[in-house]
Design a protein around this ligand. Structure first.
Ligand code: CO
Length: 135
């Protein structure tokens, strides 16, 4: 079994501060980590739940994948991050099993992680992100 944890559940939101305020009020949640990922055109706020995260994600520019998603589908569940020990190995295994990679090679993600995205087509409609922590 290559998966070691649900790393995060990513939720696309229009207003990051409003989403953070809602999670604070509803759950007493505090933001563990907040980061702008320029290459993806997103800003993320991570709420830690045990050893996983809820990742509230907003677009920072009109051409970001999150902006396009919000326009097409509105706010809501965007992708699931599966934690793995070795992103390259997990990517290779998924491709061998017939998955369609979005990232052909692992690349840097937020929090210093190494990540690769898999297309929902071929993965039962779920956008999957493989997440390797580099602690
Ligand atoms: Co993610």
């Amino acid at each position: 079994m290559l998966l070691t944890e649900i790393d995060h559940v990513a939720i696309a939101v229009k207003d990051l501060d409003a989403a953070i305020a809602y999670y604070a009020e509803a759950f007493g949640a505090e933001v563990h980590h907040r980061e702008v990922v320029d290459s993806d055109g997103v800003e993320e706020a991570l709420v830690k739940v045990a050893d996983s995260y809820i990742q509230l994600t907003a677009a920072t520019r009109d051409d970001s994948p999150i902006a396009k998603y919000l326009e097409k589908k509105g706010e809501g569940l965007h992708h699931i991050g599966y934690r793995v020990d070795d992103c390259a190995q997990a990517l290779e295994s998924m491709v061998a099993a017939g998955a369609t990679p979005i990232d052909k090679e692992p690349r840097p993600g937020s929090r210093g992680t190494t990540v690769a995205f898999i297309h929902p087509k071929g993965s039962f409609g779920t956008l999957i992100e493989l997440v390797q922590e580099n602690l």
